[in-house]
Design a protein around this ligand. Structure first.
Ligand code: CP3
Length: 362
């Protein structure tokens, strides 16, 4: 009994620690539709890619995967953009492809080329080899979140994430990145029932994984449907949306963001999903999106290429974006991940313009 009480105290105090009040909770207050003193800002793919400080840590290990799988180092590069760029959130350093690997399909990250799956999932025996993943299969990211929470000490919220099932399916069937993902799209026509079974397994794995991230302290979660825009509206409705909806229904503990790149045709349907925030890419008109999506908070959507412009042009483009969204119910971000060769000073400038200009919009 004594031992039981002791364990209970430890568990309870860990939970309290994980849920301790945040010093900067702008993003969470914005998501609750409170009228905040300024617009919060972070960048998709802010961890890694652009910072020399990231390259240094990255070069101290054998490669990207070792970094992802070493919780202390993953936590370190997660915190870097908060310190260096001044963002209002940290996104945990990992990858969407940890899910296929946890299901039994190993990936490699080829330098300057991207992900490669030596084996793919195209036949019944391929599918039979897979299993539904548990959060414990991706313990390194769960541990990285715990360490990040501790290191941040409540400075900003931590964003957990996963790929949306269709995007993960696309990599598992195709075996690598692709402009068209024609093998993955063909599968939806040739083997729709098989496709649904694989998507259901990915969905279940993703729910388990996100729940693990939340237990470790993730304050909100984002689903990346990076390849949403290559599906027809009908296929998007059949093969992507229902699985995103299932994940959003299963996650009740923290707010959820859905970012479906290029899925301009699905905005009204995404607006009906049980999520709090919808990410926009730069091709989506902001006012039209507000009308289609209704009263959800919007995130985005500066063209990442705008950050190649001069400082004055970045200022102007950022202000224009902020004016179009209006002062409230908006989380400033890019319309997709920051490109690897972007000057970190330009990113800092973007962050500062959001902070200063949006405060003046109140
Ligand atoms: O947002 C963040 O900074 C957190 C970390 C993060 C990474 N990948 C690290 C990463 C996140 C959120 C992702 C998501 C991801 N990964 C997506 C969805 C978002 C999007 O951009 O559409 C996708 C499609 C992937 C798959 C992936 N991972 C590709 C295609 C590549 C190679 C090209 C590239 O993006 O650099 C990766 C590798 C990867 N993932 C890197 C990083 C920092 C670069 C690896 C390196 O250090 O060499």
């Amino acid at each position: 009994m004594k031992r039981f009480t002791f364990v209970l105290i430890i568990i309870t105090s860990t939970q309290l620690y994980l849920r301790m009040p945040l010093k900067n909770d702008l993003i969470l207050r914005t998501i609750r539709r409170e009228k905040t003193e300024r617009t919060p800002v972070w960048l998709m793919r802010q961890a890694g890619r652009i910072l020399p400080e990231y390259r240094k840590v990255r070069n101290s290990v054998s490669g990207f995967k070792e970094l992802v799988e070493t919780p202390e180092l993953a936590a370190e590069v997660t915190v870097q953009p908060v310190d260096i760029l001044g963002t209002d959130a940290a996104i945990i350093f990992s990858d969407i492809l940890v899910i296929p690997e946890a299901m039994g399909l190993k990936y490699e990250m080829i330098e300057k080329k991207g992900p490669l799956f030596p084996e793919t999932v195209r036949t019944e025996p391929d599918l039979k080899k897979l299993r539904v993943a548990d959060a414990g299969d991706i313990q390194y990211t769960i541990d990285a979140i715990r360490i990040t929470k501790k290191e941040l000490d409540g400075r900003v919220p931590v964003i957990g994430f996963a790929g949306a099932p269709w995007t993960i399916f696309a990599y598992m069937v195709e075996g690598s990145g692709s402009k068209t993902f024609s093998k993955a799209r063909a599968m939806l026509y040739t083997h729709p029932e098989f496709s649904h079974r694989l998507l259901a397994m990915i969905t279940e794995s993703t729910i388990n994984y996100l729940q693990g991230q939340i237990s470790a302290g993730a304050d909100l979660v984002q689903l990346f449907d990076s390849w949403a825009g290559i599906l027809s509206p009908a296929h998007y409705k059949e093969f992507s949306l229902p699985y995103i909806a299932e994940i959003c229904d299963a996650i009740q503990e923290v707010p959820k963001t859905v970012f479906a790149k290029d899925a301009w045709f699905a905005r009204r349907s995404i607006g009906k999903i049980n999520c709090n925030t919808v990410g926009l890419d730069w091709c989506m008109d902001i006012r039209e999106s507000r009308e289609l999506i209704g009263d959800k908070v919007l995130q985005g959507n500066l063209d990442p290429c705008a950050l190649y412009a001069g400082y004055d042009e970045i200022t102007e483009q950022t202000r224009h974006m902020l004016n179009s969204f209006g002062p409230y119910y908006h989380i400033a971000n890019l319309g997709h991940g920051v490109y690897p060769d972007t000057d970190p000073e330009k990113v800092k400038h973007f962050v500062n313009v959001v902070k200063e200009y949006s405060a003046g919009m109140r």
